[in-house]
Unconditional design. Structure first.
Length: 224
């Protein structure tokens, strides 16, 4: 009898609505800056169609925000590691988002994060993936990128929706509790893409044991 597969769907949002703005102040000691946080909805889709929902905040890290300024002005900032030629193009997974003895209590990301706490492999043979390390690929491409209207802002196209599937053959045997979006100068798969890959945004969540009977669908919403 075939084992029924289940699919986990993760909806992830990077919200710029409160953090991207022009501000002028005559008092340099005052600041109203809000952290660029989003919201993650994790759906565990069972074979009977029922869903379990976990909600989590994610965070656009300092490195991602520094890159965003470079990209907006198409000007290199020699003081940071990113470059304006990079673009958001890859997803990585990790198992360092929660303490080993407390897998259901993830540690929140912080703005100073420059990578996942402990990145894990995604696939050993799928050459659409990249970041080859000895025997496996560690970065997964997006399935799709679409632009959506923001009903709260005059139906302007201010939302980018990124979808990535961690398939039945991906990351099996791993305990996944963190994910990140990366910027890179290339979206080419295989061993020929040597990066670098710079973390843009990170999210942590309760540990998910990955098996061949389970798929993860990550839907990452970015609000501008």
């Amino acid at each position: 009898m075939d084992e029924k597969k289940e699919t986990i769907e993760l909806n992830i949002g990077d919200n710029y609505g409160r953090c991207l703005g022009d501000r002028c102040s005559v008092d340099p000691n005052k600041s109203n800056r809000a952290k660029p946080e989003g919201y993650v909805e994790i759906y565990d889709v069972k074979s009977d169609g029922n869903k379990q929902l976990i909600g989590k905040h994610n965070l656009v890290v300092y490195q991602g925000r520094e890159w965003l300024v470079e990209r907006a002005f198409n000007t290199n900032n020699a003081s940071v590691t990113t470059t304006p030629t990079e673009f958001i193009s890859w997803l990585g997974l990790g198992d360092g988002g929660a303490p080993i003895g407390d897998p259901l209590n993830p540690t929140a990301p912080v703005s100073t994060d420059t990578d996942l706490s402990n990145e894990i492999f995604i696939n050993t043979t799928d050459t659409t993936c990249t970041d080859w390390r000895v025997s496996a690929f560690y970065k997964k491409p997006f399935d799709s990128l679409t632009f959506e209207q923001d009903a709260g802002n005059g139906n302007k196209y201010l939302i980018a929706k990124v979808t990535t599937t961690i398939a039945s053959a991906d990351s099996n045997g791993e305990n996944i509790n963190e994910a990140g979006l990366y910027v890179c100068t290339s979206s080419a798969g295989g061993v020929g893409n040597t990066g670098p890959w710079d973390l843009f945004s990170r999210v942590t969540f309760s540990t998910i044991a990955k098996t061949s009977a389970r798929q993860l669908v990550l839907i990452w919403y970015i609000y501008f």
